[in-house]
Design a protein around this ligand. Sequence first.
Ligand code: MOS
Length: 746
Amino acid sequence: MARLVKTQVEMEGRYEERWTLVEEDVTPEYADGEELAVVGHPHTRVSAAARVTGGARFISDIDLPGMVHAAVLRSPHANARVASLDRAAAAALPGVRAVIGPGDVPERDGRPVLTDAPAYAGGAVAAVAADTPDQAERALEALAPGWEPLAFVVDLDEGLARQEFTEDPEETSRGDVDAALAGAAAVIEAEYRTPTQIQTPLEPHCAVAAWDAGGLTVWSSTQGIFAARDELARAFGLEPDDVRVVCEYMGGGFGGKQGCGPEGYMAAELARRAGRPVRLVYTRRDEHTTAGYRAPTVQTYRIGADADGKLVGVEGSAVIGVGVHGWVFPVLNPAEALYECAHVRSMVLPVKLNLGFSNAFRAPGVMEGTFGFEQALDELAEELGIDPLEIRLRNPAAIEQASGKPYTSKHLEACQRRVAELAGWKERDALRSDGRVRRGMGLASQIWWGGGGPPAHATVRLGKTARPTLVCGFQDIGTGTMTASAVVVAEALGVPVGHVRVQAGDTARSGYGPTSGGSMTLASVAPAVRTAAHDVRTQLLDLAADMFEIAASDLVLADGHVSSRDGTLRHEITEITSKLGNSSLVGHGSRGPNPDGMRVNTFGCQAAQIAVDTLTGAVTVEKVWAVHDVGRIVNPMGAMSQVTGGVLQAVGFALSEERVVDPTTGTVVNAGLEDYKVPTIADTPEIVCEFVDSPDPHLALGIKGLGEPPIIPTAAAIGNAFAHATGVRVRQAPFTPRRVLEALAG
Ligand code: MOS
């Protein structure tokens, strides 16, 4: 029996009412405190062998018979009009199969994909497809565009002064902040600046498109195959199932590859005109100029507390350099939600600039907002003479204050206490010295969403060899969802994880799976996967009960065997499945809604120990302790790997990553991995990682998401450690040697 119910779904803090199909589900919850056989134990990636042997086929590896190659003409100017474009000359060159220009590609989100008015350097004007990449490049030259450069604004302060916004500035408030701050024992004011951080996936944005009688197939390096399918279907006037989107392996997205990017639209249009499959791969330069970024911010805080360190008022404003367009992410959410405070006012100003569009980057808004707010809070603690850990413990938020709703679970204070214990917080002053190298320790907290939700569907089938196949509509963007899903199947069917085959990343093969964003993939998918596997388990036990003439309820399935509870009967699962012949047991599962009237959030705390070389200005992050509350941990090895990646990206944000724009030309001057510095293995601190690992009592399997939480508090903890080490605050990330030396020089 299935019903349609209205439920609230969440993605990165945006809530939406949606009709949801709810299917009857008799799968029992894992018992309280039960030690599970497979879930919660470490497992290597199911795709490990394919990845290390080169067998894993990434999108840019796709090579189809007759496939031709695309190249894109991009504006070198920060703002321009294209007065002329010689398409005929390009089309006449050898090997050229298609030439497209402004107006030729369906719009994406109501905006042209190719335009004769590119409003940033990197804006796409035209594209070609040719037999070889060289021929495509020559065709671009033949287009010989006539540029008319226009005035531009790329500086955030200048943009703010001009009051040109991508959408109206928005103020939200509760209580009376001005009165509250007037009565506070201490008030600090602080301004923090955060950089433009590029997602820098190792695999750039890319797509291969091919048309046939059945419609359009696009191999897309995407975080959302179904979102990409629906976008392409709308754009090209097709039924959703006339579009097949495939993403089996992809080299990272980190937020910048949601849905189908312009590359998919251009590849599809070129392929349609060329009558051949087309591959379009962004250059590394494109990746830095026109594929999105974490928007830069200027955050200003006024925070006040009473003499005991109880927060009385929080005021924050965030100026965000959105670029030509982009989502406005919740930069001030940490200030609004992390601690209890009755009087809060926040103001967001999304500034329009002649720079590429910004988009999501792992914990968009919240990560950069935490960098500012969690340092401002340390400044307040210092003013009051209260230990930074202590001021956090004195201001716990019992509920989600914006909605007044309770959290399904919250163990933030346990994370804070555990981090302090692991890091030796009480003795942290012993790290300090007045030598050339100064050491210090700081900490910061994390709040994020990540409850997942419907819809998500899964199918499990089991045949004669008792090696189950899971078919599911998610895509594994490198996070380990395939492995965690295999773990859930293995738990239900009592087979080794390595015997579970996972087929994901193909819209033609499965029911819907969610976009991998908002830390929601596993929390959304795992319940459907478990239900599908449980369905097969029930069928298998019924067959065994028949065969062995025993009640199914007296049988257990584990270790590859069906056994009776009293231990008198024990048979390999294959004794039953081998009799299936060419039949298979097929189970189906879908994701139900989360409980109404509650908020699902993840929490955590990290501490960082750093060393500052006062002679060179070099900062080294020596050690990071991370404790997160993300509900049940399905695969501790995969979870640890997520934390490592998040911490490392935050180390880059804090110390070295920054898009630099030449104010005189409006162009990005470090559009490549030589000059845009992402951390390497040599910059990787020792990372100590623990989880509260307490299943959320209100969620199926007790799972909350982990994709974003680990990147959130690290940079703020590093900033606080810097102040502890040196007594000086650098208010602008990244802490480059120049900024460090200037700050130390006072
Ligand atoms: Mo979003 S940064 O893709 O979770």
